[in-house]
Structures are given as C-alpha cells and as structure tokens.
Design a protein. Sequence first.
Length: 149
Amino acid sequence: MEYGSMEWIYADDDISALKMFSDAVNGISQSRIAKINLTTFRTGEEVIATLKSKKAKDCMVFLDIDIPAKNGFQVLRELKANKDLKDVPVIMHSTSKGRVSIDISSELGADLYIIKPDSAAELQELLKKVITFDFKGAKLVGDDFVLNS
C-alpha cells in the first residue's frame, strides 16, 4: 500500500479504549503503512458537529455503540441521512459480539463492524486490514462485514 495521509475520527467515552485506539493508530503511522491523522471524541454529538463544520468527506469514522449524548447507532443514522456525509465510511467499533448489534449496524448503513480486541497490537492488525478496504466499492455483507481478532 502506498504511504498516504488519512483522516480518522474515533468516538468512545472509555479512556482506555481511546488510548488503545490511539496507540494502534500511532503504530501504523510509525510503521509507514499510512499516516493517519486521528481526532478523538467522547460523545456522538461532537462527531456530528465536527463532520458538519468541516464538510469532512475525506475521512473515516469509527464509533463505539455506547457513547453519551447520541449513541453510535444514532450518530450512524444521522450521518447516513445527511446528503453531504452519507458517503463517509463509518465503522462500528464495539465489544458487543451480539448478532443484534451487528445486524442493526448493517441495516443503518455501517460499512464495517469491528469487535474490540484485547490489545493495541491486535487492534493494529485489524486496522491495517481496514486501510486496504475499498469503501466505495461493493458493500461488505455477512462474515466480511465483521472484523474480529
């Protein structure tokens, strides 16, 4: 993969999850696979406000389901309903392995569902796979929709 710059947004209210995600992204950037500019938030409302103010079409959004103010499903629904933001790739990032959460994410238009791993190294490997996906191509379905370590 060509070394290029990417804009990622990650929302999670869990400080340890934010740190693990940041550590994984820093590992990818340091390995020169891709330079990722990461912005983190603790609420869904912050994500929506930022995307609307930036007209951020060239970024990727990672959402935990259980975030305050607006949960990940509500943020996903709002992004996919906005004509200016509907094509922004949205990846749900959750500890939930339940079929209900996965199915709701798919139905609301998420592009991918990542089950949170136990370590930054495992997360880094999953995020390396995310970098290779063509989110403008065919929608991922079934087992391809879920990434798990």
